[in-house]
Design a protein around this ligand. Structure first.
Ligand SMILES: Cc1cc2nc3c(=O)[nH]c(=O)nc-3n(C[C@H](O)[C@H](O)[C@H](O)COP(=O)(O)OP(=O)(O)OC[C@H]3O[C@@H](n4cnc5c(N)ncnc54)[C@H](O)[C@@H]3O)c2cc1C
Ligand code: SF4
Length: 485
């Protein structure tokens, strides 16, 4: 156990500071400063090593949190990273980007601030990289079996790493020019610098995973060709079809999906020239929809020098305390302030867009909105509350509807479920034998931690399909839903 008196002697929850807003919005670097190591270790020492560690079930990966908290508290980074990697291929992604449902399930959190689990996680992996403890783990012998993984987001990468280490020959097909999925072109540099991703990809390449970038499966190679050339296929395509808003004026210039704006911003932030880049510079920006995607649009707009940034949310503003219907250890709906919100702009809740108003050049100039109240669970406009706000760039961040049904899915003939996601059985296999699915393509729009858990579990399904049995871990079943997020 970490310090038996830790939670009594260190009652404060301490996290690293965010860099000052005026400084950080002038660059694209990560927003957090480094935390003093002694302070981090004292925080790890607050873990009570509970008899029933609810944090395990809060974490979709089943991370062995009290075990690595103990080692981190002692400064034994070698054992800490061994325990952390036992359940999580990529703690450097989750340690930066996870909403940490483990922390809202922490037992200490019942009557004191929860242990800073996510911060201990990211510090452990960063120490491990610094101390040379993260090395390639190639398989001892090859199975002679081949697997094609389509899509290189966290689900595809986790499946590929597990399967490569199990001895299979794995090729990851990615239609973008570089691997990473939303980790590379969705999530901005200020949340996770891409060098963090590249460092892990180097390890994977050294282990033997092959990356085929710039390959749009369904176009550059057909589903049938994949089936013929590989013994198994994992579809980790993500949920890339965005929700749209069909209000009058939708056709005006200056109205874009978040995922048209963010990838360009990410490329430009890394010094690439982007032809006809959608820019927030000098504009009144309105982001429709909250969540991570909305926050990333806000932070990117601030860094591009927007004149103003307004974010609209149809739901009412959540409270700052747990609602009684969402008791510990669930993940509550709370008013949260992401780093991007701290950087400026206005958040307007319980409103709906009724019209986009154009200028003489056919570009959006304003957005008309109305307040809404929820009657019988449906947002209903409140009469007399209509108003206009300036909007020269409108970004939709209203979620995603599922994977693209055409192309490779059609060619392979996999069944979709009622939510347009790829249907799978308890082993993550689709309706087509030998074709598996992991991540947002099967689960629907979700989180990185779930994508990694699905990639790991699907890898166990593939391994068993190829060899008759598998010792790879299966952290979750396809039907598992969060206790929490
Ligand atoms: C802007 C944004 C910010 C987010 N921020 C967070 C966050 O902070 N924390 C968090 O936990 N979650 C966040 N999420 C959600 C998280 O990123 C996703 O849940 C996660 O990336 C899903 O992983 P995945 O591997 O299933 O799919 P993806 O990451 O979407 O990867 C799918 C990959 O498949 C490729 N692909 C698709 N079709 C083909 C094809 N036919 N041929 C070849 N390749 C193909 C795509 O190009 C893509 O690279 C965010 C999502 C968005 C959109
Ligand atoms: S992956 Fe997320 S839920 Fe799991 S321990 Fe890390 S921060 Fe917590």
């Amino acid at each position: 156990m970490a310090d038996p008196q830790g939670f009594l002697n260190t009652r404060e929850r301490e996290l690293p500071a965010r860099r000052p807003v005026p400084v950080r919005i002038r660059d694209w670097k990560e927003v957090y400063e480094e935390q003093e190591l002694g302070q981090l270790q004292r925080q790890a020492g607050r873990c009570m090593d509970c008899g029933i560690p609810f944090c395990h079930s809060g974490c979709p990966l089943g991370n062995l949190i009290p075990e690595w908290n103990n080692f981190a508290w002692k400064g034994d980074w070698s054992d800490a990273i061994e325990r952390l990697h036992a359940t999580n291929n990529f703690p450097e992604f989750t340690g930066r980007l996870c909403p940490a449902p483990c922390e809202t399930a922490c037992v200490l959190g019942i009557n004191q601030p929860a242990v800073t689990i996510k911060q201990v996680e990211v510090t452990t992996i960063e120490r491990a990289f610094e101390e040379g403890l993260v090395t390639p783990l190639p398989p001892e012998r090859l199975s002679g079996k081949t697997v094609a993984v389509v899509g290189s987001g966290p689900a595809g990468l986790a499946a590929a790493q597990q399967l490569t280490r199990a001895g299979h020959t794995v090729a990851v097909f990615e239609r973008a020019d570089k691997p990473g999925g939303l980790l590379r072109y969705g999530i901005p540099e200020f949340k996770m610098e891409k060098s963090v991703l590249d460092r892990r990809l180097e390890q994977m390449s050294a282990e033997g995973t092959r990356f085929r970038n710039g390959m749009n499966v369904g176009v550059d190679i057909t589903g049938r060709q994949l089936r013929d050339r590989y013994d198994a296929v994992v579809l980790a395509l993500g949920a890339t079809v965005p929700r749209d808003l069909d209000a009058p004026g939708r056709q005006l210039g200056g109205i874009h999906q978040a995922m048209d704006f963010l990838p360009q911003g990410n490329r430009a932030a890394l010094g690439e020239h982007v032809e006809d880049q959608i820019l927030a510079t000098g504009k009144h920006v309105v982001v429709i929809g909250g969540g991570d995607t909305g926050a990333d649009c806000i932070g990117t707009s601030h860094r591009q020098g927007a004149a103003s940034v307004t974010s609209l949310e149809i739901m009412p503003q959540p409270g700052e305390d747990r609602p009684s219907g969402q008791p510990w250890p669930t993940y509550p709906m709370l008013y949260r302030v992401a780093s991007a919100h701290e950087e400026g702009g206005e958040r307007i809740y319980a409103v709906s867009t009724t019209e986009f108003v154009g200028d003489d050049d056919g570009n959006v100039a304003a957005l008309r909105l109305t307040e809404v109240e929820f009657l019988d669970g449906r947002p209903t406009p409140k009469p007399g509350t209509e108003r206009e706000i300036p909007a020269q760039l409108v970004l939709f961040a209203m979620g995603f509807l599922g994977p693209q049904g055409s192309g490779v899915l059609e060619q392979l003939g996999v069944d979709l479920d009622e939510r347009s996601n790829v249907r799978r059985d308890k082993n993550f296999m689709s309706s087509v034998p030998g074709v598996f699915v992991a991540g947002d393509a099967g689960r629907g729009q979700s989180l990185i931690v779930w994508a990694i858990a699905e990639g790991r579990a699907a890898a166990a399904g593939v391994d068993a399909w190829l060899t008759g049995s598998s010792s790879l871990p299966r952290p979750i079943a396809p039907t598992d839903r969060p206790l929490t997020v």
